[in-house]
Design a protein around this ligand. Structure first.
Ligand SMILES: C[S@@+](CC[C@H](N)C(=O)[O-])C[C@H]1O[C@@H](n2cnc3c(N)ncnc32)[C@H](O)[C@@H]1O
Length: 270
């Protein structure tokens, strides 16, 4: 997705959001015991570090000698992460991390909620290169199980007036075009293809209710969970925001859905 959209989201990104907060707790649960007590520096790279909240969670709760690196496409996010936790920053698209890092230079790689922007194969290929043998990849992602819940609404809009049909087309395009993985099985299948082995997993299911267009807009855009609908290079961000908000008035409220997140620990076998 275009960088200007990420810079916009960085201003309101809130890792205290309950889905992110639960994901960060799940990560601590999955990684804490595995990393506790490491005296050699534990070299950790976050491949889309955001505001650095998950690194802070590890730093504050796990007794290990961490050395953190945070990569991100957004300079605003890197600035926020640097205010949160001691880390080295790399300003890059994670698809090009190989141009900025040495191979096998990390013990742990994190890729949390970046699979809508960098496809799973690219993340796995980069992570495999970054990790030393025996290294761990912590992968957290929404799955397409969540977006599938929107299907009936899109089908309804397809039968509507020209504006409704346009919105339906854009929604279908976003769904077809997404790099978000379908489900847990699809992630594991692809990861095994690169040689990774799944060590552990936590599935998160969060019930959501949207009572009106403002609720849906806050979740999708302000918090960034569906921000790829703004991913037109030629579309000014402000106009994209305006159109997205207008389109959200077409949905019959309340909308009830479940947001699915998969948290995995994958190992690059020694
Ligand atoms: C939804 S946030 C997740 C942040 C953090 N990993 C977390 O779990 O809270 C996605 C992050 O990925 C960054 N990002 C998006 N596309 C990227 C790319 N191609 N390469 C690196 N970072 C990217 C965004 O700027 C943002 O900080």
């Amino acid at each position: 997705m275009v960088q200007k959209v990420h810079e916009h989201i960085a201003q309101t990104y809130d890792s205290g959001d309950r889905i992110l907060d639960a994901k960060n707790k799940a990560t601590l649960d999955l990684l804490g015991d595995r990393l506790a007590g490491w005296r050699d520096p534990v070299r950790v790279i976050d491949m889309g570090v955001g505001d650095g909240a998950v690194l802070a969670q590890l730093f504050n709760n796990v007794d290990a000698n961490f050395r953190f690196t945070g990569a991100d496409l957004s300079r605003n996010m890197l600035a926020r992460a640097a205010d949160t936790v001691p880390l080295t920053t790399i300003h890059t698209d994670s698809a090009h991390l190989d141009a900025h890092t040495a191979p096998e230079a990390y013990d742990v790689a994190l890729a949390h909620f970046i699979l809508a922007y960098v496809d799973l194969d690219t993340v796995l290929r980069q992570a495999w290169r970054l990790l030393s043998p025996g290294g761990l990849l912590s992968l957290s992602t929404s799955t397409n199980e969540t977006a599938r819940n929107a299907r009936p609404y899109v089908e309804r809009l397809k039968k509507g007036n020209p504006w409704e049909r346009l919105v339906a087309r854009r929604a279908e395009h976003s769904m077809a075009d997404t790099t978000t993985p379908d489900d847990h099985a699809a992630i594991v299948r692809t990861a095994e293809g690169y040689g990774f082995r799944e060590l552990d997993r936590r599935r998160q299911e969060t019930p959501l209710t949207f009572n009106n267009a403002d609720d849906l807009f806050t979740f999708t855009i302000t918090k960034g969970w569906g921000a790829n609908i703004l991913a037109y290079r030629w579309l000014p961000v402000r106009l994209g925001l305006f159109l997205a908000h207008k389109a959200m008035h077409l949905v019959p409220y309340p909308v009830e859905t479940t947001h699915v997140v998969e948290n995995l620990v994958l190992e690059k076998p020694a």
